[in-house]
Design a protein around this ligand. Structure first.
Ligand SMILES: Cc1ncc(COP(=O)(O)O)c(C=O)c1O
Length: 292
């Protein structure tokens, strides 16, 4: 009788914990949990916890579950419905935080050599159908269909177009192309999640001197791009080596992708002093000391 199961009425987040020189840290914890609260607001799902309590909940689960807990999944959903009505008002909300050991989400080889992607025939729901900015459980049926087709086709991941026919994103990743030394990623109106990793990459790339543009990307641009890579908390930074069998950059990860991957790996592990504000140590709160 759980409303969230019948109708997809729930929201979730995905975070990662990394070892840093100062102990275990959850990367951009507050940014993720702020989005969790915003997703819940979109679904009119009342959370009984504020941002501080949710963040402490994540820290506490990571502390308890130990070093193997590298991926964290908070979820909030409407619970038991008395009469199976579509109206969720009055149904109690449940919140849970679980961790798993994920390791590399797409695969170790794909992280090094690049992954194979297809353009899915399933399109992203339009901005009139739902909000791609909210991580609503029900939205992910669409991603699951596309992922299934990608795997059936022998590929690693699907790229979805939106109702306008321009590029949106992967099933659980944002997408970037590199063209003439510039990074381009679909804008929010293209129907994408406002990814925390997308934002991290934009900031890391700009700090490294790259121009980054957010604008619609056509399917054709994917195939003539110098490089394509995908970003996500679970996936991290994954080069794309083929799209629908067409090699990108000769079928090898390109130099900009590899640089972004290196910068990201350093930032999440606290190895880049410029970005320690993004760390959230689960054992200690004296992150201010790191900056002196
Ligand atoms: C549809 C979709 N796009 C993009 C992302 C990447 O977002 P983030 O970098 O915040 O993990 C995710 C993962 O949460 C996702 O589910």
């Amino acid at each position: 009788m759980t409303y969230g199961l019948h109708y997809g009425g729930g929201v979730f987040e995905g975070l990662r914990a990394y070892d840093t020189p100062w102990g275990r840290s959850v990367f951009r914890l507050e940014d993720h949990m702020r989005r969790f609260i915003e997703s819940a607001r979109f679904l009119r799902l009342k959370l009984d916890y504020d941002l501080g309590e949710l963040c402490e909940g994540v820290r506490s689960v990571v502390r308890t579950n130990g070093p193997n807990a590298d991926y964290i999944r908070p979820i909030a959903f409407y619970g038991a419905t008395p009469n199976l009505s579509m109206n969720p008002q009055g149904i109690p909300t449940h919140v849970a935080i679980v961790t798993v050991h994920m390791g590399s989400y797409i695969g170790d080889r794909q992280m090094r050599e690049g992954m194979d992607a297809i353009v899915s025939s399933w399109e992203k729901p339009s901005n009139r159908a739902t909000s791609s900015m909210a991580k609503v459980c029900g939205n992910y049926v669409n991603s699951a269909l596309a992922k299934f087709d990608a795997v059936q086709a022998g590929a690693d991941e699907a790229i979805m177009l939106n109702g306008n026919g321009t590029v949106a994103e992967g099933t659980g990743e944002n997408l970037f192309i590199v063209r003439d030394g510039k990074l381009i990623t679909p804008d929010l109106a293209s129907g994408v999640l406002e990814g925390v990793t997308r934002d991290t990459v934009i900031k890391l790339a700009r700090a490294a001197g790259y121009d980054v543009e957010e604008r619609p990307i056509t399917r054709g641009e994917l195939l003539v791009a110098n490089e394509v890579f995908m970003t996500g908390t679970a996936a991290e930074i994954v080069p794309v080596r083929t799209i629908d069998g067409v090699p990108i950059n000769g079928g090898r990860p390109g130099p900009v992708t590899l640089q972004v991957q290196r910068l990201y790996n350093s930032a999440v592990r606290g190895e880049d002093a410029r970005f320690v504000d993004w760390l959230d140590l689960v054992e200690r709160k004296d992150i201010e000391l790191l900056k002196v």
